[in-house]
Design a protein around this ligand. Structure first.
Ligand SMILES: Nc1ncnc2c1ncn2[C@@H]1O[C@H](COP(=O)(O)OP(=O)(O)OP(=O)(O)O)[C@@H](O)[C@H]1O
Length: 255
């Protein structure tokens, strides 16, 4: 499904990510962990074709065999929101503050023409709001983003991400801004929502990886230094850095 091979990212001749390779198959949930600045978000941005201005990527990124690094912006925007979708930390930046929630969810289906008409897109939007367990979807659909809580807004973002049934979902710290009980609910929804799809889940929280992912990649200074099944890596880490990460987390205490 997603294949990243020899991905390097640089800016002004300065390397930020070095020769990163990994795959995420359909039905697989893969975590990407590592300290702040290790290159996790840039790696995800390269996959999505959303690298910041002046930052460039080389290597191979393929989604269902389709080359993404060489794709035009037009091709990429046809894929984003349809074949691959993303959920970032701050839901407010993903939502349009002046558009009603229902219209925003319907919009992503209209843009990609995945529903035959406006009415069916609106109906599908209500179903999606219900699917992410928002109470009273009709009322939420009429609301504006600022009228919802942070957790409710992230549910809306997830509904938008899942609207077109994408094969790949990329989450970058989706629950970091939420309190723990809401965090657990959103993680459950993500797990349920990605069934049969590929998930790349970026976080610095090892407990979240243990809860959501089957496989984990550990990144340090722009390189993947260790990878494997979550259980294996967390129980018997091989790289010194992974050992340090585990020692610093509260996972140890839960074993
Ligand atoms: N637009 C940019 N221009 C130059 N350097 C950048 C740019 N964006 C990120 N970097 C640098 O690239 C490195 C990797 O950043 P990245 O955001 O991928 O880290 P991260 O692992 O996602 O960290 P965090 O967990 O804090 O989000 C960092 O050293 C960062 O300073």
């Amino acid at each position: 499904m997603l294949r990243v091979e020899g991905l390097s990212i640089e800016t002004g001749g300065y390397g930020l990510v070095h020769d990163v390779s990994f795959t995420v198959d359909s039905g697989e949930r893969v975590g990407l962990i590592g300290e702040s600045g290790s290159g996790k978000s840039l790696t995800a941005s390269a996959v999505l074709g959303l690298l910041p201005y002046g930052v460039t990527a080389t290597g191979t990124v393929e989604l269902e065999g389709r080359d993404l690094l060489g794709a035009s912006e037009r091709e990429l925007s046809g894929l984003r929101g349809r074949e691959m979708a993303m959920v970032f930390q701050e839901p407010m930046t993903a939502l349009n503050p002046s558009m009603r929630i229902g219209n925003q969810v319907a919009e992503v289906m209209r843009v990609h023409r995945t529903r035959p008409d406006r009415r069916s897109a609106k109906r599908a939007a209500l179903d999606l709001l219900d699917q992410v367990r928002l109470p009273d979807p009709e009322r939420i659909a009429r609301a504006y983003p600022h009228q919802l809580s942070g957790g409710q807004r992230q549910r809306v973002v997830l509904a938008i991400a899942l609207a077109n049934n994408p094969g790949l979902l990329i989450c970058d710290e989706p629950t970091t801004a939420l309190d723990v009980t809401v965090q657990a609910q959103i993680l459950d929804l993500i797990r349920a929502g990605v069934e049969g799809k590929a998930l790349l889940f970026i976080t610095h929280d090892l407990a979240v990886v243990a809860q959501v992912c089957q496989r984990v990649l550990v990144m340090l200074d722009g390189r993947i230094v260790e990878e494997g099944p979550v259980r294996e890596v967390f129980l018997t880490p091989r790289h010194e850095y992974t050992k340090k990460l585990l020692a610093a987390s509260d996972l140890e205490a839960r074993r």
